[in-house]
Design a protein. Structure first.
Length: 403
């Protein structure tokens, strides 16, 4: 069957795209707790369940902590589980986020990026998901509504392949509440792409198990005399799985492109980067804005390009070394801040390039916090100013900050 015959174009919001992807992947348990700007995701799924278009258990819970706990229980007994959240809701999930990763459960969650309180803001930045970068979850960023749907479908397959939960991140309001044309694959095509979930924990009343019990530092024998891993070995294996996920993310995206005619870029999304001397770097919708800025810079004779982060965890170190080999300067626009240091993407990029032959000047910028608008022309102005002052390392700069 040709790719075009398997798809239907719909005009939908980013939240609807996320819910539709979960439906197409036949989630069996949806844990629902509303928080702006995520609420439409679970509301849409509730409509699917109520109308019998999705055969799933829809569980209303009293908090985000409980939402992730429901997903943990569901995935442990063999159900495909999904939830979504934003901002302080994600922070409230912090404890079970670590549990889900440590238990190696292939849960998929939509993270609709929103600023963290206090002070309160319901508008967009990426501080929420970035603050959970060490929880052991894979984090994938989408640039537009089409990528939200595509990344979410891929996420279920990636999670099952490496037994690690996946967080699909996209910008609140900028994408969550904005309508765009989205090509939607057929149910049959998604069924062929995403295999059934076969859990690695089998619960049987005739063979009772104690899962994720207290684990001591060193390996020890269980009641059957089998030598079991200590705590450190479990941590090693989770890290090994995340490192293996780099190849899995690329392979799943290649197979998705073959099946549906669209690639999200694998680990990175690039635009005019092959011969770029000046590279703009960002994650999410800001990468799309950067591509508009690059077009203007190219018209002015500046050899600029975009290298956007799609896989933030695991961090694509070697892919970045390769992609930036010819760059003189990389300007990193973070929509979050690692307080007391700098933007997290900028810091991770510097660490990835350290000790390699790829040594462009890396300049960090903090932009778009709390929904502060970042326009392509403002990116052009920032870049032109830095080029005029000369390419050299400078302290982190803040874009459009009025102090």
């Amino acid at each position: 069957m040709a790719v075009a015959e398997t798809q239907d174009t719909q005009i939908i919001t980013g939240n609807q795209a996320m819910a539709l992807a979960a439906k197409l992947c036949r989630v069996q348990v949806v844990a629902a707790y509303p928080i702006t700007p995520q609420s439409q995701v679970t509301e849409t799924l509730s409509e699917y369940v109520e109308s019998k278009r999705l055969d799933a258990q829809y569980v209303n819970v009293e908090s985000e902590h409980s939402a992730m706990s429901v997903c943990i229980g569901a995935a442990t007994v063999g159900a495909r589980a999904f939830t979504a959240t934003s901002a302080n809701g994600l922070a409230y999930m912090c404890e079970p986020l670590h549990w889900a990763a440590g238990a190696r459960l292939p849960i998929v969650m939509g993270c609709v990026n929103r600023a963290m309180a206090a002070p309160w803001s319901v508008l967009n930045d990426q501080q929420d998901s970035m603050s959970q970068r060490d929880a052991g979850w894979i984090q994938i960023f989408a640039r537009n509504n089409q990528e939200i749907l595509d990344c979410a479908i891929q996420a279920f397959r990636i999670a099952q392949a490496v037994c690690v939960p996946v967080m699909v991140c996209y910008d609140g309001y900028i994408l969550s509440h904005t309508v765009m044309p989205v090509d939607v694959p057929s149910q049959e095509a998604v069924d062929a792409f995403v295999p059934s979930y076969v859990p690695h924990t089998i619960l049987d009343p005739a063979d009772p198990k104690n899962l994720n019990q207290v684990t001591l530092a060193n390996p020890r024998e269980n009641e059957r005399g089998v030598l079991c891993h200590g705590y450190m070995e479990h941590r090693y294996l989770l890290e090994e799985a995340l490192e293996q996920a780099l190849g899995v993310i690329e392979e799943v995206d290649r197979e998705y492109a073959a099946a549906f005619g669209r690639s999200c870029g694998g680990l990175l999304w690039t635009y005019l980067a092959d011969n770029a001397e000046i590279v703009l770097m960002a994650a999410g919708s800001l990468a799309s804005e950067a591509s508009v800025a690059v077009d203007e810079l190219r018209k002015a004779g500046v050899r600029a390009g975009v290298v956007a982060i799609r896989s933030y965890r695991p961090f694509p170190k070697q892919a970045l070394v390769n992609a930036l080999a010819g760059a003189q300067c990389v300007l990193v626009f973070d929509k979050s801040l690692s307080y007391g240091n700098e933007g997290p993407i900028c810091a991770d990029l510097k660490a990835a390039l350290y000790g390699t032959n790829t040594q462009p000047v890396v300049q960090g910028f903090i932009a778009g916090l709390g929904g502060r608008d970042v326009k392509a022309r403002e990116l052009v102005d920032v870049i032109n100013r830095n080029l005029k002052e000369g390419i050299e390392p400078r302290p982190t700069q803040w874009v459009n900050c009025q102090i």
